[in-house]
Design a protein around this ligand. Structure first.
Ligand code: FAD
Ligand code: NAI
Length: 468
């Protein structure tokens, strides 16, 4: 017996669950099929949320060990209780994933726990948890199946000694030596967590700089700051293989420039070299859905695949692999299906690396503006000249705003510093609303606040900064 829906969403991550809720709000009969026991996808279960919980806990440790004494706060001997830290992280995840289940009930989204396969353009089969099967008939299907960690040839992940991000979020002891492969977002965030908890961390990166794709100045400054904190970087170095013996890993590495080879020993190796689309068992071939050469599902401007009525969003279609990008796309599809004008502004999607200090960016980098010959002005302001940053004792970094030379519209912004991720939101709004750098410069910001560094940076675009 087949149940009939307006929309069946496959995948209960930030793309899928947000789309399901928005479509239900707009009056559609919606089902969401998720193969994990809990909702929330990679983000809530093994991504954004557990990593941020551990970043916060380990930051408290770092503060207690190295920062609080300067504020006149004596702490005595500080140590790590890893079991409690992990338990707290699990509780945060548990609360939030249950919260999504509550929102599904509230909005009357039917939740099926099982693996979905598209069997026809209007039919989704589900292999349910209890071993039985179910079939849903639907007007539209939304694929939001996300991504999985990329692997490296010769480096076999066992989630004990050689781990993906999922394993690195649940280690039960602090490794003495941790080698991270990849100086991208995961490598730097989880490398920071374990360094703060006491590991000797070495990050091996194929390229000659960290954080590919970010503004060059930000990449340089962040490397200096993270290296000063104690992370060792081996740049322009490639990993050629790994072996495990007696719970220790041996990593073969090779200099990209000279070809010189070396062995690195580690208690744990974290493989963080990107993520691939997840389309296993989805049945794309049953209906002939097109994918690109990297396996990402291809979609048109309405996020519809080449099969009418089947849409795809989030990590599985590529682009910025971020939770909030997936959410925006989910809302776009739900609103399009309800006859509204769905829209995602890809030029104004922020990205934040939650190291300390945070690194946040939106829009164009200075290098890309130069490459495309776009005339621009730069406004920069250091946190060292911001009174709030001084007061809280967190002065590393700067705000950099790139505005169009003629129109003064903001083309990009890059912040490294305290609360960078939250500070960026104001600039993202300015970009979304097409207001100029001068509009931010002339907006009154409370004093003393970190936001004043954003204002001064906007003022600096036209050489009007006061405090430098
Ligand atoms: P996912 O969240 O991957 O959800 C897809 C869901 O589909 C999964 O739950 C999967 O089980 C389910 N599924 C797959 N196939 C089927 C099937 N056939 N049937 C039923 N269910 C299926 N992004 C940020 O914006 N901020 C961060 O701070 C951040 N931190 C991260 C930290 C880590 C360690 C990692 C790994 C990622 C992080 N990300 C972060 C990225 C973010 O998690 C992803 O961009 C986001 O989860 C993508 O959402 P999605 O809905 O496309 O897919
Ligand atoms: P990434 O793409 O950010 O970085 C991967 C790094 O590995 C790159 O620097 C790349 O040059 C390097 N690399 C690739 N192959 C290599 C090799 N053989 N040897 C050495 N280095 C190699 O990918 P990452 O860090 O795995 O993150 C995956 C995705 O998860 C990102 O796209 C990001 O969007 C998302 N994410 C977002 C977070 C956030 O928003 N705060 C946090 C964590 C993940």
């Amino acid at each position: 017996m087949s149940d009939i829906y307006d929309l069946v969403v496959i995948g209960g991550g930030p793309g899928g669950y947000v789309a399901a809720i928005r479509a239900a709000q707009l009056g559609q009969k919606v089902a969401c099929v998720e193969k994990r026991q809990t909702l929330g996808g990679t983000c809530l279960n093994v991504g954004c949320i557990p990593s941020k919980a551990l970043l916060q806990s380990s930051h408290h440790l770092e503060m207690a060990k190295h920062e609080m004494a300067a504020h006149g706060v004596k702490t005595g001997r500080v140590s790590v209780d890893l079991a409690t830290m992990m338990q707290r992280k699990d509780t945060v995840v548990d609360d939030l994933t249950k919260g999504i289940a509550f929102l599904f009930k509230k909005n009357r989204v039917d939740h099926f726990c099982g693996t979905a396969t598209i069997t026809a353009s209007d039919t989704v089969g589900i292999a349910l948890e209890d071993g039985s099967n179910k079939e849903l008939t639907t007007d539209n299907i939304l694929i939001a199946t996300g991504s999985k960690s990329s692997t490296l040839p010769g480096v076999d992940v066992d989630e004990k000694c050689i781990v993906s991000s999922t394993g690195a979020l649940s280690l039960d002891t602090v490794p003495k030596k941790l080698v991270v492969i990849g100086a991208g977002v995961i490598g730097l965030e989880l490398g920071s967590v374990w360094r703060r908890l006491g590991s000797e961390v070495t990050v091996v990166e194929y390229l000659d700089a960290i954080l590919p794709g970010m503004d060059k100045e930000i990449r340089q400054r962040s490397k200096l700051i993270l290296a000063k904190q104690g992370i060792n970087f081996r740049l322009a170095t490639k990993v050629t293989g790994a072996s495990v013996m007696n719970n220790k890993a041996m990593l073969s590495i090779e200099s990209v420039k000279s070809g010189e080879q070396e062995i690195l020993n580690a208690d744990v190796v974290l493989v963080a070299v990107g993520r691939n689309p997840y389309t296993q068992n989805l049945g794309l071939e049953n209906v002939g859905i097109n994918i690109d050469d990297k396996g990402f599902i291809t979609v048109d401007e309405n996020l519809q695949t080449n099969v009418p009525g089947i849409f795809a969003i989030g990590d599985v279609i590529g682009g910025m692999m971020l939770a909030h990008k997936a959410e925006e796309e989910g809302i776009c599809v739900a609103e399009t299906l309800a006859g509204q004008k769905g829209h995602v502004n890809y030029k104004a999607i922020p990205g934040v690396v939650y190291t300390h200090p945070e690194i946040a960016a939106v829009g164009r980098s200075e290098d890309s503006l130069k490459a495309d010959d776009i005339p621009y002005k730069v406004g920069k302001f250091p946190f060292g000249a911001n009174s709030r940053a001084k007061a809280i004792g967190d002065t590393d970094g700067f705000v950099k705003i790139l505005a169009h030379k003629e129109s003064d519209l903001i083309l990009g912004a890059h912040i490294i510093g305290p609360g960078a991720g939250d500070l960026l939101a104001e600039i993202v709004l300015a970009m979304e609303a097409d207001i100029s750098a001068e509009d931010i410069a002339r907006t009154c910001h409370s004093h003393p606040s970190l936001g004043e560094a954003v204002k001064e940076s906007a003022m600096a675009v036209d050489n009007m900064a006061i405090h430098m």
